[in-house]
Design a protein around this ligand. Structure first.
Ligand SMILES: Cc1cc2nc3c(=O)[nH]c(=O)nc-3n(C[C@H](O)[C@H](O)[C@H](O)COP(=O)(O)O)c2cc1C
Length: 259
């Protein structure tokens, strides 16, 4: 019974706390590289999926070796070859006043407030010809900022694939941006018209496939018009001259056609 003193109980509790906190901190430090590796693999997986290059069961790094990462200066549309693509973090850059711009309210249609000045793009070339351009784009839905990869053909106009990989919209409503059927409808859509004006539009309701403008239009999300509006808004921003516009013009002028 002599062991049941308050002092002893507190000492045991204290030592237990110390041991547990050492264990938790060691696990956090040891697991960090693994978490970062998994995060990088997940990003690569999403890019491959958007590009239509993902084959289940195959090694992600091996499949990703086809993809070239370049950093684009959005103000000029030119590549910046001086940045280490492996280390560049677009989200961190967007928070750094030196590496980002504040988007004026009237131009902030994606409702993201700031964006990085320089943004990675992912390219697939075959026999010296640009086959696929994958653009990271994001913007506000109803509840959350939605992050996506939009893959285009080498003409910088035709959609090859679209993957929303991070959002907090309601499952079954706005969360249907993840639905493979909804994503599939984008394949083959043209973002720009024959005069290279941005023409893409997410409708409220369904696209009338008989109308010529259907080639630029996507169905809205049933019961989730506001998330659909968010998708439309983020595309209007990132594909405009305030986003990837200058880069896309440069690609087009260097050989892509309005097919
Ligand atoms: C709990 C709850 C969650 C909702 N989540 C979403 C959502 O993720 N995206 C969305 O656009 N609308 C969502 N809505 C519905 C919106 O409030 C709004 O009614 C809807 O976007 C209008 O679209 P509709 O005209 O297609 O019905 C949600 C509503 C409720 C009650």
């Amino acid at each position: 019974m002599a062991n049941d003193t308050v002092k002893r109980t507190l000492t045991v509790a204290f030592l237990l706390c110390i041991v547990c906190s050492v264990l938790v901190s060691t696990a956090a430090v040891k697991l960090k590289p693994l978490q970062e590796k998994n995060k990088a693999l997940s990003t690569k997986r999403n890019i491959l999926q958007a590009a239509g290059l993902l084959e289940e069961g195959k090694d992600i790094d091996q499949m990703f070796s086809k993809i070239q990462i370049k950093i684009v200066d959005l103000a000029s549309g030119e590549f910046d070859e001086n940045i280490d693509t492996a280390k560049y973090d677009q989200k961190a850059a967007a928070k750094d006043p030196a590496l980002s711009i504040r988007i004026p309210g009237d131009k902030d249609i994606a409702k993201i407030k700031r964006r990085a000045k320089k943004v990675p793009v992912y390219l697939v070339q075959e026999d010296g010809k640009l086959q696929t351009i994958i653009l990271p784009i994001h913007g506000k839905g109803l509840w959350s900022t939605m992050y996506a990869f939009l893959a285009l053909e080498g003409d910088a106009n035709t959609v090859k694939g679209y993957t929303f990989y991070d959002h907090g919209e309601t499952p079954g409503l706005g969360g249907e941006v993840d639905n493979p059927l909804w994503k599939q409808q984008w394949v083959g859509k043209k973002l720009f018209d024959k005069d290279w004006r941005l023409a893409v539009k997410v409708l409220k309701g369904r696209v009338n496939l008989k109308k010529p403008e259907a080639i630029h239009q996507a169905d809205g999300l049933s019961g989730a018009t506001l998330t659909g509006v968010g998708v439309d808004n983020l595309m209007q921003y990132w594909l405009s001259e305030n986003g990837f516009g200058k880069f896309l013009i440069r690609i087009r002028n260097s050989g892509g056609g309005n097919g």
